[in-house]
Design a protein around this ligand. Sequence first.
Ligand SMILES: Cc1cc2nc3c(=O)[nH]c(=O)nc-3n(C[C@H](O)[C@H](O)[C@H](O)COP(=O)(O)OP(=O)(O)OC[C@H]3O[C@@H](n4cnc5c(N)ncnc54)[C@H](O)[C@@H]3O)c2cc1C
Length: 405
Amino acid sequence: MSLFDVSERAAKYRSDLLEFMNSAVYPAESVYETQMAEAGDPHFQPPILEELKAQARERGLWNLFHPHPEWGPGLTNLEYAPLAEIMGRSPHLAPEACNCSAPDTGNMEVFTLFGSDEHKEKYLKPLLEGTIRSAFVMTEPQVASSDATNVQMSMAKEGDEYILNGRKWFASNALHAHCKVMIVMGKTDPDTATHRQQSMMVVPIDAPGVTIMRGLPVFGYQDREGHAEIDFRDVRVPAKDVLKGEGEGFAIAQARLGPGRIHHCMRAIGMAERALELLCKRAQSRVTFGKPISDNANIRDWIAEARIDIEMIRLLTLKAAYLMDTVGNKAAQVEIAAIKVAAPEIALKIVDRAIQVHGAGGVTDDFPLAAFWAHLRTLRLADGPDEVHKRAIARQELAKYKEAR
Ligand SMILES: Cc1cc2nc3c(=O)[nH]c(=O)nc-3n(C[C@H](O)[C@H](O)[C@H](O)COP(=O)(O)OP(=O)(O)OC[C@H]3O[C@@H](n4cnc5c(N)ncnc54)[C@H](O)[C@@H]3O)c2cc1C
């Protein structure tokens, strides 16, 4: 299959998903806002979302991300990319409605690859059913966590248990009304080789000693899934809940973040597309100084640049997806890092211009643009800050000419 061919099954999912977006998801957006406002609780699970989940399931638009046919349609990354992009156009509703939201997708892959039979029964199955949610808990407030080797949480072995002590933050999803389980990274052996010190463990969110301290706001928004600061005080974890084995935490983190990163990029392109659509509609429907705003040369320039930029980031995303499918995540690491830098940055620029064209309305919640902006800005940090990805790309580039050193 060439890069530009779409398989028959991917084309079918695409048209079914577009139909679902038009007939159910976009009309649900205002209902969602009303239900959230009426609940007065930012972490409320609104009935409209449960209705959308049931509909998506009925339409076969469920677990679209899952690469294993046993659990989902078994699409390749290249086939999934256009679908994730479409879901990204309504980021508060569509990904969760189709059971394709972060960080659950990454966690489901970890449970699939490294979970015991018990983990699969207790957590993977309900995650795949969409009845529970999960969090991925690595970042700590006290250390620079973009270098995961800095993570300090102590995981001390005592008999056939580990005792967890430490403070974590930015655990996305931990405040979701349905969150039941966390995958937690800490240090089991601070004295061994740097990349063998860390382990990952499965911890129920209500385990004794786990205290959710607060939900961290993002540009003033309390996201529905929440980003929690969590205290772990003498939390006892049975040895059977260590994933893959002691010292394997770093390896799991690397495996987990590849697909998750590119999914974020695909959804970012969807946000950029929707922002461009809103920009064009608004610019043509509002008039200043006797002509539509869209008749000004600078606005046309922005529109053209946005189209060019979207096409470029989409192509790079598809290339990264194609390489992940054909030569593997490791061999695709430069392209994954490159798109993780480019997609949020470019989408952010397009959303910013769409906000400008909307005037004061652009910064309100009457349009999705302000929330898109806040979300995309955080993507320049989450799953690795831009600079860390650029560092990895530069290292590979320099390695080509190392004889010059
Ligand atoms: C909305 C949101 C959701 C998140 N969700 C999760 C989650 O679910 N689970 C989780 O564990 N974490 C999560 N994170 C945390 C995220 O992964 C970290 O913020 C990120 O890894 C950076 O770590 P840090 O914040 O400690 O920044 P630091 O490591 O302190 O780095 C600060 C800054 O230093 C600069 N920098 C770092 N290294 C270099 C370098 N080599 N060269 C040049 N500059 C450099 C970068 O600009 C970086 O932003 C989330 C973050 C956000 C904002």
